[in-house]
Design a binder for this molecule. Structure first.
Ligand SMILES: Nc1ncnc2c1ncn2[C@@H]1O[C@H](COP(=O)(O)OP(=O)(O)O)[C@@H](O)[C@H]1O
Ligand SMILES: [Mg+2]
Length: 259
């Protein structure tokens, strides 16, 4: 069975893209078939996978914007943009800056929240995991991700102010569940960039666990602050390949197992 997992948080810099890439690689290492979908106009995931976004003519934008014309019926268009990334043993649906235009183009389109879900239908059966890397917003692109997904993982930076913003995301997930996708559930909050040498980080970990106890799962796995995680994308490698015996590799492997 396929699990479609949106990796979402409207705050930028919390570790969404890093998690999509490295969790995807850790799942692939366990022999799972994985598709990563870049839904961020910045194309960070696309770059991390070793592609140059600006040189791409066809991206998720091409696929999603094709639904703006109701007469165009290209149900398997997504397959044409899926690119195998040999080094990571995953497939990628890339994005670039063109995606910035999508919101406006879809404003008059009927059922525009369901476009990614429809585009995924012909390909979802080919994968065990489809990880959707969301942009830092709660706009139409993210609503499409949540409508297409079965699950949400929420990366959360281990600092006090970051924890404050999660409520808005929870409310959004609740609204999508009520109105667009009754099957959606939050699989867990993933604490990232934890500097466990500091008391503050330890306090936030405690606070997050008690705040969400009984409501939302908080993963046992915690991604610590790691310079290696910053370096890996520059080399076009996952953390698993870049630093096979490091803490961050162990953490993303543990997360894959927890999933
Ligand atoms: N655990 C970590 N330790 C150190 N740096 C990290 C960690 N996770 C992510 N980063 C770095 O933080 C920045 C933002 O991460 P990213 O995954 O792009 O966040 P998002 O996709 O939520 O905007 C990137 O430079 C990334 O390399
Ligand atoms: Mg990102």
């Amino acid at each position: 069975m396929t699990r479609v997992i949106a990796i979402a948080n409207q705050k930028g810099g919390v570790g969404k893209t890093t998690t999509a890439l490295n969790l995807g690689s850790a799942l692939a290492e366990r022999g799972r078939s994985v598709l990563l979908i870049d839904l961020d106009q910045q194309g960070s995931l696309t770059i991390s996978a070793g592609l140059d976004p600006e040189s791409l003519n066809e991206t998720v934008y091409t696929v999603l914007s094709s639904y703006a014309d109701p007469k165009v019926k290209q149900p398997s268009l997504l397959t044409t943009i899926i690119t195998p990334i040999e080094a990571l043993r995953i497939d990628l649906a890339p994005a670039n800056i063109e995606l910035a235009a999508l919101d406006l183009e879809l404003t008059r389109v009927y059922s525009r929240e369901h476009i990614l879900r429809r585009a995924l239908e012909p390909v979802r059966g080919a994968y065990e995991y489809i990880l959707v890397d969301c942009p830092p917003s709660l706009g139409l692109v993210v609503i499409n991700a949540l409508t297409a997904a079965d699950e949400v993982i929420v990366p959360l930076q281990t600092d006090y102010l970051a924890t404050k913003g999660v409520k808005l995301l929870m409310d959004t997930v609740e609204a999508v569940t009520a109105q667009l996708n009754a099957n959606l559930r939050i699989t867990g909050i993933l604490l990232t960039q934890a500097d466990q040498r500091t008391t503050h980080a330890r306090q936030i970990i405690e606070l997050t666990r008690t705040t969400f106890a009984g409501q939302v799962h908080v993963f046992e796995t915690i991604i610590k602050l790691s310079v290696r995680l910053k370096e890996a994308p520059i080399t076009g490698q996952s953390i698993l390949a870049y630093d096979p015996t490091g803490d961050a590799t162990a953490a993303y492997r543990q997360l894959a197992q927890e999933l």
